[in-house]
Design a protein around this ligand. Structure first.
Ligand SMILES: Nc1ncnc2c1ncn2[C@@H]1O[C@H](COP(=O)(O)OP(=O)(O)OP(=O)(O)O)[C@@H](O)[C@H]1O
Ligand SMILES: [Mg+2]
Length: 363
């Protein structure tokens, strides 16, 4: 399996969002600062597999998903699809390639135009590829597609507001699958849904994958979803990957202190297992001027001087070449269990102005 050409391969991918300079800064020749949302990420996705992408809010998961779908222009690095460099495709060539990768957007409500009917929404990618397709044919293709995502074919002329959260997510899914892509980026596909509906959507995703052979990049905060659906998982922290490997290895025996911290933050049924020995505290660095060494050094309970100066690279640690970790102390911390870590929130800033005194109760 590891010998085959990856479906998707990204190498040292970066996406920096430049910040506007003030006139004074420009005149003084100050360098233009940027938010380094994705800052040198390398990983791959094989045909038909699911790779989970987890990490705290703001770690760059959506930006990475958009880069992979070529909805963002990369700042630098390579994106290869089927071994072909697609990072620089433009115009007609880019449009033709787009049928290979589709995305289910993080915001299921905002990504569905409220003025469009179901058949128009779901056929959007088909119309983008073949604008002259006849309306009757589009409607027929959508009619056939709807049951595969669990929607009745009769809803062709309904509007998004007539659907529940789960129904809208199924619409997004139908739109993403309408061209039978090779890779689907699923950005938080279940976050807005209640638990029962989450399970239905995840089951449907797994069934569709085994029927059509799609590969998924599953971006989520839901570790259970990753455990259920994914073959491998990548853990992202402040624009970089901290750890990547098979799901069972990373989730059952996480090695990077950040992965341990992420898993320690999940609810554990037996509170006696949460005996704290290591504290996660400290400032979360800014993505504009990230620290020079390891980005987790400011919060890591195992930090040493080397972590503050030398950036750790992803490397094989536990003898399994598919499990790689970016930590200088990986061997020493490998056996420390996540449940021995506790999270301590950074102290909140004091309010800028004193709160008004409570009104005295009327006597
Ligand atoms: N278009 C943009 N312009 C400027 N900054 C952006 C843009 N998109 C994202 N960012 C910044 O990049 C960083 C990463 O954002 P991103 O949305 O990729 O994180 P995320 O991991 O998906 O977070 P969440 O879990 O909350 O969805 C954040 O600091 C965000 O503010
Ligand atoms: Mg996101």
């Amino acid at each position: 399996m590891t010998d085959e050409v990856p479906l998707l391969e990204v190498v040292e991918l970066q996406k920096h969002f430049p910040l506007a300079r003030t006139l004074t800064e420009a005149l003084r020749g100050h360098a233009r600062l940027a938010i380094r949302a994705v800052d040198g990420v390398s990983f791959d996705v094989r045909p038909g597999e699911t790779v989970g992408l987890i990490g705290e809010s703001g770690s760059g998961k959506t930006t990475l998903g958009w880069l992979v779908a070529r909805l963002h222009e990369p700042t630098s690095g390579a994106i290869r699809f089927d071994g072909r460099d697609i990072g620089h495709l433009q115009g007609r060539a880019l449009r033709a390639w787009r049928r290979n990768v589709q995305i289910v957007f993080q915001d299921p409500v905002g990504s569905l135009d409220p003025r469009m009917r179901v058949w128009e929404i779901v056929s959007e990618p088909i119309r983008a590829q073949a604008p002259r397709t006849r309306r009757a044919e589009l409607r027929e293709r959508v009619r056939q597609l709807l049951p595969t995502v669990g929607l009745p074919p009769e809803c062709l002329d309904q509007y998004p507001h007539e659907f529940s959260g789960g129904g809208r997510q199924r619409l997004s899914l139908a739109r993403a699958l309408s061209l039978q892509p090779r890779l689907v980026v699923l950005d938080e596909p279940t976050s807005a849904l209640d638990v029962a509906v989450q399970a239905q959507i995840l089951n449907r995703l797994v069934a569709l994958q085994s029927e059509f052979g799609f590969a998924y990049l599953l971006i989520t905060h839901n570790v259970s979803a990753v455990k259920y659906c994914a073959d491998r998982v990548a853990v992202m922290y402040l624009g970089k990957l901290a750890e990547v490997g098979p799901v069972h290895a990373v989730l059952e025996r996480p090695i990077h202190p950040y992965t341990k911290a992420l898993l320690a933050a999940l609810p554990v049924p037996d509170v006696r297992r949460r005996r704290a020995r290591y504290r996660i505290s400290g400032e979360i660095p800014t993505l504009i001027r990230p620290p020079p060494g390891c980005r987790f050094a400011t919060r890591c309970p195992f930090v040493i001087d080397r972590c503050r100066t030398e950036e750790p690279l992803l490397r094989v640690v536990a003898g399994d070449p598919s499990h790689r970790v970016a930590c200088h102390r990986a061997e020493e911390v490998a056996d420390i269990r996540p449940e021995t870590l506790i999270q301590v929130e950074p102290a909140a800033d004091p309010p800028a102005t004193p709160l008004p005194a409570a009104a005295a109760p009327a006597s």
